[in-house]
Design a protein around this ligand. Structure first.
Ligand SMILES: [Mn+2]
Length: 324
């Protein structure tokens, strides 16, 4: 029997009862001793249109009570092979954008300093910038630029909005490339679609070497062909995985601020995530779940399920690292 943290036994306490934590795991005050830290980032101060992702972590905690203990395809039982817990929400500031970003970076820095791999739930996509800063500064990533596998409807590499504001959920990866946190030649974006502000909006990202796999190309090539390229692009070096829930078609995930029709199915997303075994992942997140636009919690359920898929990949990585 393992001494790792375990979810509350659903056969003893029904899944609708008890404290609301990620995966019904214990809530802990520190990431000390954890292999993987589940983190909430309830902040949507970077949202340019329909806010609401600040409510994401709480509702994903609720829907994550539907997750069970083992993955039915890979057979991975994450709580048997890694020590995992809910470390709570990072400190945020809902009325000051720059202070909000710096609080998130500080909070995440404390978590990654323990050696725990962070798996976080936003929050809007700007939350990924301070998380990447923290991960990149940690010894684990060795301050080398990270690769990134990015599921999204949007490239999020715009320059500025509203008179030169450089920090919004449409700009995080431009900033991260400029700051040397991400290696653009090892970034791949999947599912990009929808109208743009202007023709050539993605030219800057492409000129840096970012590989953009538009939804139309994904639909033509399919999961396996696309993932073979994705794995080739990121290689064996440190890589971050970020999953914007608006990559999923809004018929399956309506609760998000910037929905775009014609998106990934949840099944396609699962098939892709299950191919991430062996990628050197230094952290991952799920962002842009906005419960105020949701219907019956279905988008938070998508978020919680994607989180479980990623958790199984990360736990397997912990197991392999330990064996190495
Ligand atoms: Mn995004």
């Amino acid at each position: 029997m393992t001494s790792y943290h375990q979810p509350v036994n659903a056969a003893a306490v029904p899944r609708f009862a008890g404290r609301s934590t990620f995966m019904r795991l214990p809530a802990v005050d520190s990431a000390e001793g954890l292999d993987i830290a589940l983190v909430g980032i309830p902040w949507d101060g970077g949202t340019t249109n329909r806010a609401g992702a600040r409510h994401g972590p709480r509702e994903v905690r609720n829907q994550s009570s539907l997750m069970r203990s083992a993955h039915h395809v890979s057979g991975i039982a994450p709580y048997q092979i890694a020590n995992i817990a809910d470390v709570g929400d990072l400190p945020v500031n809902p009325i000051d954008l720059l202070d909000g970003i710096s609080r998130i970076e500080e909070g995440m820095s404390r978590i990654v300093a323990t050696g725990a791999l962070p798996l976080s739930i936003g929050g809007d996509h700007l939350t990924t910038l301070p998380v990447l800063r923290a991960v990149n500064k940690s010894g684990r990533a060795g301050v080398r630029p990270l690769g990134m596998i990015h599921f999204d409807a949007h490239s999020d590499t715009n320059d500025s909005y509203f008179g030169g504001n450089r920090y919004t959920h449409g700009t995080p990866f431009r900033r991260a490339i400029e700051e040397g946190i991400l290696d653009p030649a090892r970034i791949v974006q999947i599912g990009i679609r929808g109208s743009v502000y202007e023709t050539g909006e993605h030219d800057w990202a492409k000129a840096q070497g970012v590989r953009i796999i538009y939804m139309e190309e994904f639909a033509r090539r399919g999961v396996d062909d696309v993932m073979a390229e994705v794995l080739d692009i990121v290689g064996k070096q440190e890589t971050y995985v970020t999953f914007d829930v608006d990559s999923i078609d809004p018929s399956m995930a309506p609760g998000t601020g910037t929905p775009e029709i014609g998106g990934l199915t949840t099944r396609e997303a699962q098939q892709m995530l299950r191919q991430l075994h062996g990628v050197n992942i230094v952290g991952a997140d799920v962002v842009e779940v906005a419960p105020p636009f949701d219907i019956g919690g279905m988008t938070a359920l998508v978020g919680a399920t994607v989180m479980f898929e990623l958790l199984c990949i990360l736990a397997d990585q912990v197991r392999r690292n330990r064996a190495a």
